[in-house]
Design a protein around this ligand. Structure first.
Ligand code: RB5
Length: 357
């Protein structure tokens, strides 16, 4: 786990205690400050919060005079859940119930020993999920498009909700289902390509010469998991037409229920490409995990998994096996049924895309 740490001048007194606590426990992304000169706390809070929101850090710790200003600023960033904790019990509950991913501490109130107890209570506690997850989802729904927890983005946009409702409906025709899956994948491109690097260029408009931004020619790849993942490819290519396309075929062994590879053809330079793996559903996570392993075995490094409906079980499995892979989903459903289907989900996406049932 990487923990992003930052403080202002009033939290500086706690800096060594916090850095010392994480020695041997986690890798620290040190966001400063490095001296006790007056600093505006939002500058540091937003650095730490961005690292957590973008998945560069799994959690963050912020220190200022009260911890309150840091929490206020950090909570403005998508997917960040920050609060100032003053004792071990609030810190424990903040993780168990609120999945607090940025702990804030008040340098004017806490001793070195108190800080260590609070850190232990927070860092050593796991999120309980269940009813607390339902509540966090309601908070997340107030954001525009959000990191639900580190590395997972849930889209929250009226168009996505509307289209999702139609593709869930069992009476939706094959034609409409197919069109909507492509459209939703296309809408997701906006967010999945958010971090593509830009460089400056010059352009002559009809009015003036200007310095503007352009993509730095980043190489992309789309890899559908056959067969349902195919349904999302055109929607993505429509916006990133130069991406190369690989294919991975996996079937589920009827006895072991484990995925078995029957086809894998990827762009030769997959290791240099930002890769988007598509599959409309993320159920148990078995297929996605196997597909991601196949891509990594061929050198793939920067990989995102792009799905429409997902179950917590699938997300957990992928996060455990591939913590470096970012997951983008349109909807997080409550769970799976006994046959491994997402409930309520959208049924068998392959059958619905190709009309094979
Ligand atoms: C700085 O004096 C102080 O206002 C700041 O560290 C923090 O307590 C804000 O919430």
């Amino acid at each position: 786990m990487i923990v992003a740490v930052g403080c202002d001048h009033a939290g500086f007194v706690l800096r060594l205690a916090v850095l010392g606590y994480f020695k041997g426990r986690a890798e620290v992304l040190d966001c400063g400050v490095f001296t006790a000169e007056p600093t505006d706390y939002p500058d540091i809070a937003l650095k730490v919060a961005a690292a957590v929101s973008e998945g560069r850090a799994g959690a963050g710790v912020l220190m200022c005079g009260t911890g309150i200003g840091m929490a206020l600023a950090a909570n403005k960033v998508k997917g960040v859940r920050a609060a100032s904790c003053f004792d071990a019990e609030t810190a424990r509950l903040a993780k168990a119930h609120n999945n607090l991913n940025v702990l804030c501490l008040g340098g004017r109130f806490l001793s070195h020993d108190q800080v260590l107890t609070i850190l232990d209570a927070w860092y050593g506690t796991s999120f309980e999920g269940g009813r607390h997850l339902t509540r966090l989802n309601k908070i997340a729904a107030a954001e525009t498009s959000t990191f639900f927890s580190d590395g997972v983005v849930i889209f929250n946009h009226p168009l996505m909700h509307h289209k999702m409702t139609i593709i869930r409906d069992k009476n939706t025709s094959v034609k409409e289902f197919r069109e909507l899956v492509q459209e939703m994948a296309g809408l997701m491109v906006y967010e999945i390509t958010r971090n593509l690097p830009l460089s400056e260029t010059r352009v002559e408009t009809p009015i003036a010469s200007a310095t503007t931004l352009t993509l730095t020619g980043k190489k992309l790849a789309v890899v559908p998991v056959l067969r349902a993942g195919l349904g999302m490819v055109e929607g993505i290519l429509h916006l990133v037409p130069n991406a190369k396309v690989g294919h991975i075929g996996l079937y589920r062994d009827p006895t072991t229920l484990e995925p078995v590879e029957y086809y894998c053809k990827l762009p030769q330079d997959i290791g240099e490409r930002e890769t988007f793996v598509t599959d409309p559903t993320l159920a148990t996570g078995g297929t996605a995990t196997a597909a991601l392993s196949l891509i990594k075995a061929q050198g793939g490094r920067k990989i995102s998994l792009v799905c429409l409906a997902a179950a917590p079980e699938g997300i957990k499995r992928v996060r455990e096996v591939h913590p470096d892979v970012r997951i983008f989903i349109a909807a997080l459903d409550p769970g799976l049924n006994d046959h491994g289907y997402i409930v309520p989900g959208l049924g068998d996406a392959g059958d619905r895309l190709f009309g094979s049932k």
